[in-house]
Write a protein that binds this ligand. Structure first.
Ligand code: PEP
Length: 251
């Protein structure tokens, strides 16, 4: 099955309001006319509306980097999926390693967030990935299997159509240490096979699986042309329009 490429930028806790709007506008302006690669940017929460407004009428979608699992309530500092949708977003990143390992987010919590985001009408970029120690102990597949089994538990095949999985080996995020094309392809093929077992062959064949972890213009093409790599989730290199656009162009 031929799948579209999808490149998303995770701006993490970077940019000012003006810088975010300028970056978004530069990305939209720099996209080739008629380009087939899907593109999204995920700014910090306070800039979502401003960035979504700046991108109205362009092919660049907007995503948030996290959400709560309730619709509303006394949850100080949290943001409901419906609010993210209302801010003009189409996507939300769930389960980024910085949330899993920096904020103790468990598979069970991420499952609740995923279900809530889908119920609100958002698409989910669901991140999975192993720590260096887990890879060195040959635990990569076991970790991915656990994260997918529990994180995507109770979803239907129809709901999975609105999920993108991002394979992000934790040891490659923000380290400049990119996975080899063989490592990325092997992990992506494993994820697709695992999804086939969980949701069926058709769902697995249509699933977009992004690679994330030190993707840069000089390594993007080789990664993005692996048969099971359908795009990239880009951190550092998404903070400059020219490097992000070069990665998009490699798709
Ligand atoms: C990320 O934040 O998801 C990421 C992959 O970061 P970087 O590209 O900087 O490694």
């Amino acid at each position: 099955m031929s799948r579209p490429k999808f490149v998303a930028g995770n701006w993490k806790m970077y940019t000012t309001r003006a810088g975010a709007v300028d970056l978004a506008a530069a990305v939209a302006k720099g996209l080739p006319a008629g380009g087939k690669t899907r593109v999204a940017v995920c700014p910090p929460f306070p800039w979502l509306t401003a960035v979504a407004d700046a991108l109205k009428g362009t092919p660049v979608a907007v995503g948030a980097q996290n959400c709560h699992f309730e619709k509303e309530g006394a949850f100080t500092g949290e943001t409901a999926p419906g609010m993210i949708l209302d801010a003009g977003c189409q996507y939300v990143i769930i389960g980024h390693s910085e949330r899993r390992h920096g904020f103790g987010e468990t598979d069970g919590l991420l499952n609740k967030k995923t279900k809530a985001a889908l119920a609100a009408g958002l698409s989910v970029i669901f991140c999975v990935g192993e720590l260096l120690a887990e890879r060195e102990a040959s635990q990569t597949e076991k970790v991915l299997e656990t994260q997918l089994t529990h994180g995507l538990a109770d979803l239907s095949a129809a709901q999975l159509e609105k999920v993108v999985v991002a394979y992000e080996p934790v040891w490659a995020i923000g380290t400049g240490k990119v996975a080899t094309t063989e490592q990325a392809q092997a992990a992506h093929a494993f994820i697709r096979q695992k999804i086939a077992g969980q949701f069926g062959e058709k769902a697995a064949a249509g699933l977009l699986i992004q690679y994330g972890g030190s993707v840069k213009p000089d390594n993007a093409a080789a990664l993005l042309h692996q048969p099971d790599v359908d795009g990239a989730l880009v951190g550092g290199a998404s903070l400059k329009a020219d490097t992000f656009l070069a990665i998009v162009a490699a798709g």
